[in-house]
Design a protein around this ligand. Structure first.
Ligand code: MN
Length: 436
């Protein structure tokens, strides 16, 4: 991936579209997303550049995608990226090279073609971003050792916080794809069962311990064949790009339901993702080693230890009384113990097939420091040290009206490759009425 990365990720590249220094979307990024004009019309596919979206169907219609793997195809005349994701890395590289060239400050094709520019470049203020992928399956891992250790310490035994399988098995559960929503979608507080330790039987009602989880996820490009495992070393061929993920969690429901089969309703009501998918090509300059792994993983999980990424992550929280959000967490994707290649290899070792558009999320990305914990459960240590979010308010869990904002970016030389944000506001639970 290195050579291509030099051409399309060079720090000196710039666009004729002005990009402010803090922007997440310089020419080195070009993340994929969906949008609809506020004035109406269909969902279209785009890349972000500065404060604009570039309509890829206009670029395709104008004949610019004429490289071998793109010529004659209609990847962008559709409302989702699935067909393009399925096409694989040669097509992704050609599209990235084409778009980088078209947007360069010193290339006239689009820059000086006013009619085309007006059709293709739309200010973000005039569009509503849309989920750009049909997500068939969603899996959530549990790959931060810090997070697993924290949760194990709180709920089981600080001396034996990690369960004996954790250092051998990239633990995960099959999540729910139907309730994955794009940033900005309100989140309804779920109803459910919970049981206090000293109660005789469970109670039913709105979850009282609603939480967020700071995660990232990767999208599958070309799928894999049923019955045929994906080798860890080949996994990158199947990975299109990454997004921010908030795996909203009802901790009281989770505690009562999770044994023996793991989380079910405590996680299935909503998962928020950021609107932009940042490709592995754009992330390439920020690849880094993950933590050392001891014991050595079993052979099918072994791969080069250079498949993590230096992605700075933050969580901000704003109550209805606050004028601006407060930062409550700073973490980094590179803290994850199991990397994306190991996750894909583990997922498919049984022969389970992956399909284009599937989402595999990381699990809560907690780091070693108390302010790097990726959930309120950990930040407030199960309610024992509430987080001060403003001079007058503290939080152990989320309250109605709270807005949670995840954000993340890679810091380049004079530019940022960012993910935008994954934002959601908590609405009060609905009242439950039998039969209505
Ligand atoms: Mn999770």
């Amino acid at each position: 991936m290195k050579e291509e990365s030099v051409k399309t990720s060079a720090p000196g590249l710039r666009s004729f579209i002005p990009v402010s220094s803090g922007s997440h979307f310089p020419i080195q990024n070009l993340p994929y997303g969906g949008f609809r004009r506020k004035s109406g019309g269909q969902t279209r596919l785009s890349v972000a550049i500065g404060d604009y979206v570039l309509d890829l169907s206009v670029v395709e219609d104008a004949g610019f995608f004429n490289a071998p793997h793109l010529k004659g195809k209609t990847f962008f005349a559709q409302p989702t990226l699935n067909a393009f994701m399925a096409a694989g890395r040669p097509a992704w590289r050609e599209a990235r090279e084409t778009l980088t060239r078209l947007l360069r400050h010193d290339v006239a094709d689009l820059r000086d073609h006013q009619r085309l520019r007006d059709a293709a470049l739309i200010p973000m203020s005039r569009v509503e971003l849309q989920l750009p992928v049909e997500i068939g399956d969603y899996t959530d891992f549990y790959s931060s050792k810090y997070h697993a250790t924290n949760v194990g310490s709180m709920f089981r035994d600080p001396q034996n916080a990690l369960l004996p399988n954790w250092l051998w098995v990239p633990i995960a559960y099959h999540g729910r794809a139907s309730s994955i929503v794009i940033s900005g979608t309100d989140i309804r507080r779920p109803l459910g069962q919970s049981k206090a330790d000293d109660a005789e039987k469970p109670a039913f009602g709105p979850s009282r311990l609603l939480d967020f989880e700071l995660e990232m996820g990767f999208f599958i490009g070309p799928g894999s064949e049923l019955g045929k495992p994906v080798a860890a070393a080949k996994a990158p061929e199947h990975i299109f790009g990454m997004a921010l993920v908030n795996d909203w969690s009802a901790r009281d429901v989770q505690k009562w339901e999770y044994q023996p089969l793991g989380p079910f309703l405590s996680k299935n009501f909503a998962t928020t993702i950021s609107p932009w998918i940042v490709t592995l090509e754009a992330l390439e300059p920020f690849r880094c080693a993950g933590p050392g792994q001891d014991p050595a993983p079993l052979p099918y999980l072994q791969c080069e230890n250079n498949w993590s990424y230096d992605i700075q992550l933050e969580v901000h929280l704003q109550s209805e009384k606050m004028n601006a959000p407060a930062r409550i967490c700073r973490s980094n994707f590179c803290h994850l113990y199991w990397n994306i290649c190991q996750q894909a290899a583990h997922h498919t070792i049984t022969g389970c097939n992956l399909r284009p558009g599937d989402l595999l999320a990381s699990g809560t990305i907690s780091g070693p420091e108390p302010d790097s914990y990726g959930s309120l459960l950990e930040l407030a240590w199960r309610g024992t040290r509430p987080v001060q979010i403003s001079p007058t308010e503290k939080r152990s869990f989320l309250q109605d009206g709270d807005t949670v904002i995840l954000t993340g970016w890679c810091e380049g030389e004079g530019y940022r490759v960012g993910f935008g944000e994954a934002r959601g506001k908590v609405l009060p639970a609905l009242e439950w009425n039998a039969g209505k």
